[in-house]
Design a protein around this ligand. Sequence first.
Ligand SMILES: [Fe+2]
Length: 327
Amino acid sequence: MPVRKPVFDPPFNVVRASHVEFGVRDLAATRAFYVDCLGYLVTEEARDALYLRAVEERNHHSIVLRAGREPTVHALGFKLASEEDLDRAAAWFARKNLPTSFPDVPFQRRTLRTADFCGMPLEFYAGMEQADCMLQRYSAYKGARIQRIDHINCFTPDVQQSYDFYTDLGFRLTEYTETDDPDPKLWAVWLHRKGNVHDLAFTNGYGPRLHHIGVWTASALDILHICDVMATSGFLANMERGPGRHGISNAFFLYVRDPDGHRVELFTSDYLTVDPDLEPIRWSLRDPQRQTLWGQPAPKSWFEEGSLFAGVPAREPALAAQPIVAR
Ligand SMILES: [Fe+2]
């Protein structure tokens, strides 16, 4: 069976997806996109990096933009429950012969850098410098009025292997896409730790690559508003897909691309998944309502384009099955 029972006593306790570090080629252009257009708050501005957070976030950063020559992704960050969990995580990855180190990471307490089986760069930590919560300072709400990071979505060359790897770490399946073969294969999985549809999702494709980060807005109206803003302020070409409602997750969404092509999903209105007996929802790869409840297929770029991880080779997926694709 491709789908397994959840693991309720994982080797260490992941709380949630927490942050991502993007390599960007033009810090000023990228600042204009994230800060001036989307409305991110700047917690720290260094010569070669910007540290951003959204209005609800007390963590110092949920997006790091680091100037560089390649538009690659440097780290996918997850918060752990305690320093002891961090030691347990380091021991677990070392036992699997995966790389482990504890570099100094600005604004974060002890941070474990490691990678999963196919090289996705992971960063685990338990404590980060705290910043003012701007949740009730409504004058700080700009652009899409983004509240917090919600999830990380990646291409993997082997969905089953990614699913097994993260299930062992206590990530729980909420929804999945399967092929319709007599011997069905997993094509995509949505996995959570924090109690909504996902912290981490995987889609079959050339990988590993980052497909997108999902960031939460309080309502669909915030997403409609940023559509109007982007369409009339020079960012029309950065809108890739939507707005719409997903079949999977039931979320209202808009996908946008930053100046380097890194993809951000504005996302709201999914649902609670904390029940231990929650049965995952199965979707057929050929179901047109899977991608968009209203039936529109996603564009080709959405299935083909993503951000490489720095220094990590990607490969074609083992599974050749294709979803419904728009031109
Ligand atoms: Fe997403």
